[in-house]
Design a protein around this ligand. Sequence first.
Ligand code: BGC
Length: 468
Amino acid sequence: MSTSPSGKKVGFIVYFIGFTAALAGLLFGLDVGVISGAQQFIEKDFKIGDQQIELIVSALLWVFGTLISGMISSHFGRRRTILVSAVIFIIGSICCAFAIDENWLIAARFLLGIAVGVASFTAPLYLSEISPQTVRGSMISMYQLMITIGIVLAFLSDTWLASYATFGGVTGGHWRIMLGVIAIPAAVMFAGVLFLPESPRWLFLKGFKDHAVKVFQRMHLDDAEIEAEVREIEDSLKVKQNGFQMFLQNSHFRRAIGLGIGLQIVQQLTGINVIMYYAPKIFSLAGFETVSQQMWGTVIVGITNVLATFIAIAFVDRLGRKPIMYAGFVVMGLALLTVGLLFNADIAKNPQLGLPAMGALLVFIVGFAMSAGPIIWVICSEIYPLAGRDLGVTCSTATNWITNAIVGQTFLTMLATLGGGNTFLLYGGMNVLFVVFFILLVPETKGVSLEKIEKNLMSGLPLRKIGR
Ligand code: BGC
C-alpha cells in the first residue's frame, strides 16, 4: 500500500483500477509470447514454410490500431476504448483457435494486432490519467511488468499444451487451445473494466467536471487531494494538444519526434523479439532436441525477463537512465556476440556448446530487461512538449510496432541466408553501436521536470543536453 500526500493509505479501489487496466499489458504479452510455442505445430498441421510462419508471427504487429486509438479514445473515452479492445481480443483469439488455414490465421492475428495496438496506447494513457500523483509511477510500471508476466504465462501455457496436456486422446501439440485460451483473460478484463470509472481527465476535457470529481471521491481521495488533482488537470488542459500544427511549424518538436522514433528503432534492433518469438527454434538449433527441453528453456527466458525488469525499476530513478542503458548495451552486445561465435563453431555438431550459448542468451535477456525494455518507454514519455505529447507518443509507439514486425518477419529468412551465427553477430554488433547513439543524441532525464526538458528543447539545445 502506498501513502498519499496527506498521509492517507491509497485504497483498494485504486489498485483494483491499476490491476484491471494493466490486464491490457498482460493480454499484449500473452499474444506476443504465445506464438513461439505454437508455431512448430501450426507449421506441421498446415504444412507451411518459413515465409508463412513469419507472416503469422508478424501479422499481430502491423498494429494500425495504434494509429487510430488516439482518435477513438479521445472521442469515445478511454474506458469504452479499452472495452472495445477486450471484445476484439476475445473475437480474435476465438478466430485463431478455429482457423481453417494459414490465411485465416494471418487474418485473425491481424485482428488481434488491432486490439494490441489500441490497448497498448489506451491502457497506459488511462493509467497515467487516473492514478493519484503518489502512485502514478508504480501504476505505469505495473503495466510494463504485466507485459513480461503475460509473455511468461504464455510460455508456460504453451509448454503444458505442447507436451503434457491430453485432449481427445491426443497428448501435446494443442496449438488451437494455446491461441484460443487467451479469450479467457480478455473476458476477465472486459468484466473488470465494466466496473472501472472513466478517466477524470477525459471527463474534464468533455466538460463533465462534476462527474470527474465523483470519480475521485469513489477512489476515496480526500477534499484536499481532489482539489490538487483538479488544479493539475485544469492547468494541463490549458495547453491545447495541437501536435500536427506544431509538427509542421516547429523544428524543435520535429527533433523530439525524431529522437522518439530513433529510440524505439534501437529498442527493437537489440533483437529482443527474435528471442521472444523464436526461442524454441533457437534452442533446437543449439542442440536441445526434445520439445520439452525447448519449451522449458523458453519458460526460463520468460522468467528471467520478468525478474530482471525489477533491476530497472529499482535503479532508473537512482542511477539515471543513461548509465543503465550503457551497461545494458554492453551486456547485450557481448552476450549476442558470444552466442554468434558459439553458433559459428558448429553448435549442431558440438553439443557441449549448447549450454554456454543458452547461458549467453539469458545474459542478453537480463541486459535488455534491466535497460532498454522499460527505459526506452520511460524516455519516450518524457521528451515531448506537453502540447504535442499525444502525437509524439503515437509516433514512437507506432515505430516500436513497425520495427517489431520487421524484426519478426525477417528472422527466419536471415537464419536461412546468413546462418544462425552471423545473424546473432549482426545483432550483437548493432547493440555495441547503439552506445554511440546514446552518447551523441540521448539526454539524461533523471530528476528533471518535464517543463525544464520542454524549455531546453525549445531553446534549441542539442538533444543530448535537453535534460540539464
Ligand atoms: C518491448 C517489446 C518486447 C518486450 C519484452 C517491450 O519493452 O517493446 O517489443 O516484446 O519488451 O519484454
